[in-house]
Design a protein around this ligand. Structure first.
Ligand SMILES: *[C@@H]1O[C@H](CO)[C@@H](O)[C@H](O)[C@H]1NC(C)=O
Ligand SMILES: *[C@@H]1O[C@H](CO)[C@@H](O)[C@H](O)[C@H]1NC(C)=O
Length: 367
């Protein structure tokens, strides 16, 4: 094919003959073929823009949801079911009206239903039971107001129904069973906060990536609202470094002010469980360079990127989320199972994070 194409280029240059015309057609076919086979790669890889779908994503989701998933077939879920009642997770998912029928729909069809309760947080006309309506419109600058609104709503109206609060985005994919497994080793009645740890901006504390999702105990939520948000201790920071108010940084800063410690989310081999990028970017090693500076845990390359009990991945497109979910929950490998280890003590690091790497930039100097 390649040789033919090289010949073609010559005959195209030489004259507008019939051979040239046939060649042009060949080149066109070759290009089309490349473009379409490339398409499958683009679909499988969540981190790139183009979807490769010819209809709106919501149509594919609707089509899929018409079928019956029969999730528990052939699988023993008794340990996960027991943890479901013991480690109750409230999921707050930031979204926008524009994403309600695409990204939020895929989240709702996959991991959100494994939360003990979940709410989408947005400004919307749609009244739904699983929506917390906020008065703030969909600008990036408003993210912190939306999150605070939802946290205060949880504190005021939902106390007693959850042990931990997860904040995620509509392009975060979360494996709730693994999150419960990790959290089952920590005490919900003690303040604590975990996720993907950026060692930046907030001195001796850092903050958790918003996109990878972060989690706080019910005690941490109480402490944050009582001694941070409700007494105006958590004023928003605006500097030349952070031009717009940044949601995850502000929550991290507020939790530090409220005295909430950071808990490790690493496994014993130093592999990360929360991921601010999609899995293929970890696996094939095309993470942005800044991450190696910003990460308090330092990403490992290749196969060691991700704990086998990984919890989250960010920048997951709706269609990738549906595929990932299907692979994880509806395709099994005969004869393989995770070894029963309800305590999980030998799997995770389970410690307070106190030895911070020295951050490059600090803008918060509150002791
Ligand atoms: C999420 O799915 C549930 C169950 O199908 C449905 O009742 C609910 O309205 C959905 N939420 C949104 C925001 O679409
Ligand atoms: C969002 O609200 C702010 C004020 O809260 C306003 O200045 C801005 O124009 C609004 N943006 C949109 C897109 O409606």
């Amino acid at each position: 094919m390649l040789i033919k194409l090289l010949g073609c280029r010559r005959s195209l240059r030489s004259a507008s003959t019939l051979a040239g015309l046939i060649c042009a057609l060949l080149v066109l076919l070759y290009t089309l073929d490349k473009a379409t086979s490339g398409r499958y790669i683009r679909i499988a890889f969540g981190g790139v823009k183009e979807t490769g779908f010819s209809r709106p994503v919501e149509e594919y989701v609707s089509h899929l949801l018409k079928t019956d998933p029969r999730t528990a077939e052939f699988v023993d879920t008794s340990e996960a079911d027991a943890l479901f009642d013991k480690v109750r997770i409230l999921c707050l998912i930031l979204t926008t009206e524009a994403n309600l029928h695409t990204r939020a729909r895929a989240v709702n069809a996959t991991w959100a239903r494994r939360c003990n309760s979940h709410y989408f947080v947005l400004q919307t006309r749609y009244e739904k039971d699983d929506v917390i309506m906020t008065p703030y419109n969909d600008t990036r600058n408003n993210l912190i107001y939306k999150v605070r609104h939802a946290m205060i709503h949880a504190y005021t109206n939902l106390m007693g129904t959850f042990d931990w609060v997860l904040k995620a985005d509509d392009d975060t994919y979360v494996i709730l069973e693994n999150l419960r497994f990790l959290l089952s080793n920590y005490d919900k009645d003690k303040p604590g906060y975990l996720g993907y740890h950026f060692n930046m901006y907030v001195e001796n504390h850092g903050y958790m990536s918003g996109g990878a999702g972060y989690v706080m105990s019910v005690a941490a939520l109480r402490q944050m609202v009582d001694s941070g948000l409700n007494n105006y201790a958590c004023a928003l920071t605006k500097t030349y470094l952070i031009a717009e108010v940044s949601e995850d940084f502000e929550i991290g800063k507020c939790l530090k002010i409220a005295g909430v410690p950071i808990l490790s989310s690493m496994d014993v081999l130093g592999r990360e469980t929360f991921h601010p990028y999609p899995f293929e970017q970890y696996l094939l090693d095309f993470l942005p360079e800044y991450l190696y500076d910003w990460s308090n845990t330092r990403p490992q390359r290749g196969y060691n990127c991700c704990s086998p009990f990984s919890i989250s991945f960010h920048y997951m497109k709706p269609e990738t989320m549906l595929m990932m979910d299907h692979l994880l929950y509806r395709i099994h490998i005969h004869g393989r199972n995770t070894a029963g280890n309800p305590a999980g003590k030998s799997i995770f690091r389970l410690e307070r994070v106190e030895n911070m790497r020295k951050p490059k930039v600090v803008i918060d100097k509150i002791a």
